[in-house]
Design a binder for this molecule. Sequence first.
Ligand code: PLP
Length: 333
Amino acid sequence: MKPISEFPRLALAHLPTPLEPLRRLSTELGGPEIWIKRDDCTGLATGGNKTRKLEFLLGEAQSEGADTIITFGALQSNHARQTAAAAARLGLHCIVFLVRKVKYDEPAYGTSGNLLLDELLGARVEIADDEAALARRLESVRAELDTQGRRAYLIPPGGSNTTGALGYVNCALEIDGQCRDAGITPRAVVHASSSGGTQAGLVAGLAALQSEVPVQGINVSDLDTQRIVTMVHELCRQTCERIDIPPVSADRIQIEHDYLGPDYGIPTEAMREAVHLAATREGILLDPVYTGKAMAGLIGLIRAGVYGRGEAVVFLHTGGSAGLFAYRDALTR
Ligand SMILES: Cc1ncc(COP(=O)(O)O)c(C=O)c1O
């Protein structure tokens, strides 16, 4: 494996994040020991998984001499908020292009949560009604930057390319070491999967260690189930190539699709239960879009007997709690 230290990287995250047992939740569910990997504590304006990706993405941006960072997401994108925070820390200009793609309607969704934080963090926020409008706006903003002599670095939605995935290769190494220290061999690492960089990086990192621990993604974003599997597998293949290890076989890409509900960003009953259980039993804040549905998936798999007593599972908390404030009505009714 090519050492991670050979890739350009900036120190932005509080690492290693803790790996802790969730004793009360485990007892209540009566199944395996649940451990939580606290990537909601990576730092940067309420933390989350994007901080790890941004260490490598912005390391690359810096090595290319960029002074402006452009990225993309949904209106309540955690990735956009963390990119805005990282850019503020580094003194870079940041433009976030947000699309109104989630058909969720409550006043706070369009004003609070991550959107409020993007503005507080000093990002220029460009909101478009659809992808076509976004593409047009992007073109005119790029022309404007060119005339100002600015050099832009574009980060794809979710920070999910092979550079971003390196952050989760690194996280896999961390999880492996912490599980050894804790004396556990998890049946799986369970987490929310969306743009794929987290899962692709974790799978590649564990494969590099020749670990047999499966990564269980929970689909929180794509109604086309085959598309997300193919996308994660392809990104994983490219990530393996980047770190110079053989590609993984298709069966290492495990994604559970039953917890997405009607669509990305649309609340489900199982998400509400998971958010409520984590908060009231463990004092842990999940989020409505990603980790709430991922925890609903873990709970569902435990109730179905997939993971049982005498086993351990690791839940990777990928952050997102700022999004809670955009879903007040859904969570309090
Ligand atoms: C809180 C949170 N969890 C999980 C994910 C999914 O990670 P990935 O896009 O790498 O699949 C995201 C992505 O935006 C996120 O914001």
